[in-house]
Every structure is written in C-alpha cells, then in structure tokens.
Design a protein around this ligand. Structure first.
Ligand code: CP
Length: 345
C-alpha cells in the first residue's frame, strides 16, 4: 500500500517489518518493526479523527476473530480496526460453535480458513496455539491476540504507542518525530503477577527492543523462575522502585490462572503491591502508569488512583484501534492498492 494520510509520514506499501506473514510474538518485529507499527498507527490515529473514520484499505478482505478466552478490549478493538479499514469481520462465538461438539482447534481454524478468511485473530488459553495455527493454515494471516501465559504482542505495541504519545506531548513534539529515541534509557517497572502475564512477556520484549531499561517487582511467588535470562532486574522494594520508574505497568492478578493460590490474600497483595493513594505520591514527576485492563479496582490499583490523569488505561484502550489497524494493514494490505484514504469508504 502507498499510504498517503492527510497528515504525518506514512511508509509506502505494506512494510517489510520483518514479521513474516503472521504476528505471533513481539520478537517477530524487532526495533525497526516496532517503530514501523507505531508510525503507521499514528497515521491511522489521524484517520480516527475524521468525521467518517473509515478508509477503503482492506476492502474485500475478511478478518475473523476467534477467541477461546474472554476479552473486551482486544476483541472489540481488532473488530473496530478491521471495520475502519473496510474489511469484513466475522466473529466466532466459540462457546456456541462446533468446538462445543468436540471439534479440534485444527479443524476449527481450517474450517474458518475454508470460508475465505484472510486473517485469523486468535486468543487461546494455550501458549503457542497461534504459532501452531500458523503452521496449519494455507494462506490466512494469524495474529496472536493473547496465548496463555506466553505473549500478547499487540498489547505491548499499544503500550509503547501510548507511552510515546505521552512523552511527545510532554516535550511538544509529534510522536513520529520522536521515533524510538524516546525509549532510550526509559525506566519501565512492571508490577505484580509477572508469572502468569503474557502482557509482561510481550512488554519486556518490546521495551527492551526499543532501548528501555526494564525492572519487575511483585511477590516472589509471582515472579517466574529464570528471570535473569530475560535481561530484567528485580526491584526488591516496590516503594523505592516507584520513584525510579518513568513508566509503571500494573498487572492484574490472573485469578483464572490460579494466581490466588500464590498470595496469602487479596488484602495482603494490595498492602504489598497495590498502587494505593499513599504510594502514588512516590511516583517520579511525569511518570505514567499503564494498565492493560481489565483493572480490578481495589486490588492492584486503588479506585481513586485509577482515575488520575497519570493513569492512561483508557487512553491505551482508545489507542488499541489505531495500533491494530496498523498491524492488520501491514499484514494484509496490497502493495499497489489503496491509501489510508482521503475520505470515507
Ligand atoms: N488487555 C486485554 O487483553 O484486555 P481484554 O482481555 O479485555 O482483551
């Protein structure tokens, strides 16, 4: 695609972001690929400001969302993104599908592909399921929308996009002008249930790829073994680390993955690791707090804190559409066709 949005630089053509035909992991992207996704997403963020926030870029393409786990943000933002690109969208209601009759994952995705689907956006409780599906499909693109404890690549891209946007505003620059330089030396603190968090794994890969320094903290029981191999440090004192960080990424306790058994009680977890009103005063000036959602108010974050301007969870959700438009475009766009558009589709 030769993208010519109304404003802002847009790379020409579906970009060689290095991710191959699928988006399974942040590791598929690297620094250049992440930079490219963020810049293309900026162009689509501009499209979202139009009276008719829709472009013909993926007209004729079909995107299917296949979610074997619950979702609000990821599913709706992928579907909104695909619709804004003029793709047709199918959503498989897994619980009401033939999966309930015993159909296998392989037969399910091959059935979906046989309908002429161009991209499968897959969330699955099993780590590696999207990679396995990518080996089974013939021509469809596979996008990992979260697989078990493994990865959630588009969430990490949304987080980078949002952090860059905030830093650009702070210095009066455009995000694209900052490129990835704004991440150099950025201090990112990831807090909580790192053990069970696919978001944490993708964030670590993404932030490190663009030059940030990443530390984690949380109860020892919720920090995975082998962290030293991930290139992150472990902050022993949460209260102290809050003053160190430029970005604090809060994680939800993953109750559905048994996290409750790893802490004595929710009250003790909050006392030790919750971002309370007292703790928020320890944040460094200008620090930003991210949360991938869903937030559990009163556990990892106090309800009043969740509504502070420095907590950008709602902004992350809004940015999710532009970022997912970007990855869909980069995977499905035709080199010769379409533009980001000069009007409604
Ligand atoms: N952040 C995230 O993946 O949220 P959902 O589970 O609502 O999609």
């Amino acid at each position: 695609m030769s993208a010519t949005a109304h404003a802002g630089p847009v790379p020409a053509g579906p970009a060689p972001v290095g991710m191959g035909p699928h988006l399974l992991s942040v590791a598929d992207l690297g620094r250049q690929g992440i930079a490219e996704v963020l810049d293309v997403a900026e162009a689509f963020a501009e499209v979202e400001q139009r009276a008719i926030p829709k472009v013909p870029t993926l007209r004729g393409k079909v995107v299917a969302t296949v979610f074997f786990e619950e979702s609000t943000r990821t599913r709706l933002s992928f579907e909104t993104a695909a619709k804004r690109l003029s793709a047709d969208v199918l959503s498989l209601a897994v619980a009401q599908s033939s999966v309930a009759k015993g159909e296998s994952l392989r037969d399910t995705v091959q059935t979906v592909e046989a309908l002429g689907i161009d991209a499968i956006v897959l969330r699955h409780r099993c780590a590696g399921a999207p990679a396995q599906v990518a080996r089974w499909v013939q021509r469809a693109r596979v996008l990992n929308a979260g697989d078990g404890w493994h990865e959630h690549p588009t969430q990490a891209l949304v987080d980078c996009f949002t952090v860059r946007q905030v830093r650009a505003e702070a210095v009066g620059a455009t995000p694209a002008a900052l490129g990835t330089s704004c991440f150099e030396g950025l201090r990112v603190l990831i807090v909580g249930d790192v053990r069970h968090s696919r978001v944490a794994r993708s964030q670590i890969l993404a932030y490190q790829a663009v030059g940030a320094e990443v530390a984690v903290c949380g109860p020892a029981s919720l920090l995975p073994a082998g962290l030293e191999d991930w290139g992150v440090s472990v902050a022993p004192d949460f209260d102290e680390a809050l003053g160190w960080a430029d970005v604090v990424s809060l994680l939800r306790l993953q109750a559905e993955r048994g996290s409750g058994a790893f802490v004595p009680s929710l009250r003790e977890y909050t006392a030790g690791w919750g971002l309370t009103a007292e703790r928020v005063r320890r944040l460094a000036p200008g620090a930003v707090v991210t949360h991938p959602g869903p937030m559990v108010r009163g556990v990892e974050i106090a309800s009043a804190v969740a509504d502070l301007p420095s907590v950008v969870a709602t902004r992350q959700v809004a940015n999710g559409v532009a970022v997912r438009m970007a990855v869909l475009f980069l995977l499905l766009g035709e080199p010769s066709a379409g533009v980001v558009g000069s009007g409604g589709a």
